[in-house]
Design a protein around this ligand. Sequence first.
Ligand SMILES: Nc1ncnc2c1ncn2[C@@H]1O[C@H](COP(=O)(O)OP(=O)(O)O)[C@@H](O)[C@H]1O
Ligand SMILES: [Mg+2]
Length: 257
Amino acid sequence: MEGHISISGLSHTYVDKDVQTTTLIDINLQASRGEFVSVVGPSGAGKTTLLKTIGGLVKPSIGQIFINGNSPKKAQRFKNIGFMMQDPSLIPWLNVMKNVQLPLKLNPSTNQDQSSRALEWIESVELTDYVNYFPHQLSGGMKQRVAFARAMVIDPDIMLMDEPLGALDEITRSSMQQHLLNVWEKTGKTVILVTHSIREAVMMSDRIIVLSPRPAKIIGEVRVNIPRPRNERLEHSDIFQQLIQETKKILEFTKTA
Ligand SMILES: Nc1ncnc2c1ncn2[C@@H]1O[C@H](COP(=O)(O)OP(=O)(O)O)[C@@H](O)[C@H]1O
Ligand SMILES: [Mg+2]
């Protein structure tokens, strides 16, 4: 059951004073252990809201979410969920080592030595030479790698990633994608990745969920049956281009509907 996500009949309406904003309508979605699922959809559709409900940060108005059979709040307490936001939101006055260790300090229940554990993840994102650097001394890509290490250090079953590479330039982005893929292939975590890049979704995922404009409904699903490990050469293959077109078609359909 570990790493399993089950969402049924999920709808959400934000109520802000007298303004109501319905963002999600009747979302039904399952993800099994180790599956890599991407979510694409127009800006403002409700993608971040969907991730927040899965992560237990927003309580949905209607419907149910189970993470390993538990509520998102409980899953959060059990450290089943790692969250990576678009903005790396590192603590400016803490160095790389201390930023990565932070989740362990906040939940000091792990046996393994905190610094060795943090160091393992810093190594895996190839920042060993930068442990004493502060966020302002790092490039955008490096900051994202720190944020990734920080999300992974609690060893969650599930990683929720909200456009984590959106702010990076094309080359850094592409190398980060490969990096995330390599790490993911080794760890077998369940991933839900929100991205506005269809190419990224095809490159990384097993399955792509397409959302309509707000209020977001699931309007399509594309299976990416491309063997792993995958790399950038894949982009030139027919199957890759076909899957991009297929996803685009679903997205474009919603614009005219
Ligand atoms: N805390 C909030 N209170 C009220 N409305 C919100 C809140 N957060 C997001 N919204 C609204 O919900 C809609 C969906 O937002 P969001 O989930 O961030 O979309 P996306 O991530 O797909 O761009 C938007 O119209 C946004 O303005
Ligand atoms: Mg968003």
